[in-house]
Design a binder for this molecule. Structure first.
Ligand SMILES: [Zn+2]
Length: 444
């Protein structure tokens, strides 16, 4: 692939020293960052190609740490329901999932990937079934992803055996060490995955040296179950089972007792916060500031876009900041730099990729996005702190260029790996088929 020098008016590294270069450059060699610095530091460097992005801001790509990419197919179909309680889910998602067919997955995943790329996400963590349909489309998109094989077994031994065997085959097929990693995806511990299943899922994650991606603390059901069955909290039980020794992506964490936080610090547990999803589902708020104070890793995700209804992680950052200020009655209760950290390094750490992505640093993967500084929202540049602008003034629609592994996925406002119009056309046809099939089923 050779070397490419990318120049831009502003380079925001989000590294530990908060380095910002105006103007600055990033030198990409093959799939990694070979050098980075101020324009003046360029002498003596050799490169095959120079790209001057001009009035753009370069920064690390964002990490969407929790979503379900096929569910874009259901976008808007569950209005007025909460997917965070059993009735809401049972009467909406279950109905369409029962008539959904595997041939509807490809276009949905393609549209999801295109929307994530368009709005500056370069890595995402997914959890769903039909991974055999998901993997090829994500691979085509060029995105980096942790794809968790979704498991629901409800204490059924036959289902457990079948699902674990399929998850094992899936993980075996994901051992090429590329951009896509296989994860284990128990839908929810204690709720729809029994203790027997959890132990086997942990063993599977250990065998393949990977993580578990679950929903946790969505409604308090795990907590009630654990208290009545074990006489202690769900986190205590998970710790006793050894689950905190593997990377554990725990989406939501709304019902998480603060007394459990010391157990979670210095473990590989990550609380993934999905603020739009919490608000749209009228679900509540997690103890986010307490989690961060306790030293628990936290990351940001969109959750499914069925009722988000957007993959724009810039919007999620903005909503999170405003929500925290309101919750704590304190302006900037969660500072903008910390919000950006959750959307970059927090997600990288969650996926065990902190040495590879999450900031612009020499030796890391070239996962870079560029935002248009001539778009609305930035002025006056002298008055507005750049982190504040990124969280509160702009959106993912300011993104003009996206690179993953040194390859452009979106360049100067055009998708390079996916045909977005074609994917939308196919998704529209699939959504019509799905609506027709669920009406037919309703008539039976
Ligand atoms: Zn979810």
């Amino acid at each position: 692939m050779g070397s490419t020098l990318i120049r831009a008016e502003q380079v925001v590294t989000l590294d530990d020293a908060d380095r910002i270069y105006e103007p600055g450059y990033v030198l990409v060699e093959d799939d990694r960052i070979a050098a980075i610095g101020p324009q003046a530091g360029l002498s003596g460097r050799h490169f095959d190609e120079t790209i001057d992005l001009g009035p753009r801001l370069l920064m690390p790509g964002l990490v969407n740490a929790h979503t379900h990419s096929p569910m874009v197919l259901f976008r808007g179909m569950v209005e007025g329901h909460s997917l965070f309680n059993f009735d809401g889910w049972y009467n909406t998602i279950r109905v369409v999932e029962e008539v959904m067919t595997p041939d509807m997955i490809g276009a949905a995943v393609g549209v999801s990937c295109a929307e994530m790329i368009r709005t500056g996400t370069t890595t995402f963590a997914d959890q769903y079934f039909w991974m055999d349909q998901i993997v090829p489309q994500v691979r085509r998109s060029g995105l980096r992803a942790a794809l968790a094989y979704g498991i629901v077994e409800l204490g059924d031994k036959a289902a457990r055996t079948r699902e674990l065997a399929a998850a094992t085959a899936f993980l075996q097929s994901m051992q090429d060490g590329g951009r896509l990693r296989g994860w284990v995806g128990p839908h929810a511990f204690f709720v729809d995955n029994s203790e027997e299943a959890m132990a086997l899922e942990l063993a599977l994650a250990q065998r393949f040296d990977t993580g578990l991606h679950v929903h946790f603390g969505t409604s308090g059901e795990e907590e009630r179950y654990s208290q009545s069955h074990y006489g202690h909290s769900a986190v205590t039980q998970m710790a006793a089972m050894g689950l905190l020794q593997q990377p554990l992506l725990a989406a939501h964490c709304l019902a998480l007792p603060e007394s459990d936080l010391p157990l979670l610090s210095a473990t590989r547990f990550t609380a993934v916060i999905a603020p739009s999803s919490f608000m749209r589902n009228a679900a509540g708020l997690p103890p986010l500031l307490a989690l961060r104070r306790a030293g628990v890793n936290t990351a940001l995700g969109t959750d499914n876009v069925t009722n988000n209804n957007s993959y724009d992680m810039f919007k999620e950052m903005q909503i999170l900041g405003k929500l925290m200020a309101l919750q704590h009655r304190t302006p900037n209760a969660l500072p903008t730099r910390e919000i950006l950290e959750m959307a970059t390094m927090g997600g990288a750490r969650a996926l065990g990729l902190e040495d590879e992505i999450g900031s612009l640093q020499v030796g890391k993967k070239a996962d870079v996005i560029a935002l248009d500084l001539h778009e609305i929202g930035w002025a006056p540049r002298n008055g507005q702190d750049v982190y504040t602008a990124l969280v509160y003034a702009v959106s993912g629609m300011h993104v003009r260029d996206v690179m993953v592994d040194g390859t452009w996925l979106y360049r100067d406002g055009a998708w390079k790996t996916l045909d977005y119009r074609q994917l939308v056309k196919a998704l529209e046809a699939d959504a019509a088929r799905l609506a027709h099939a669920s009406r037919l089923k309703g008539d039976l």
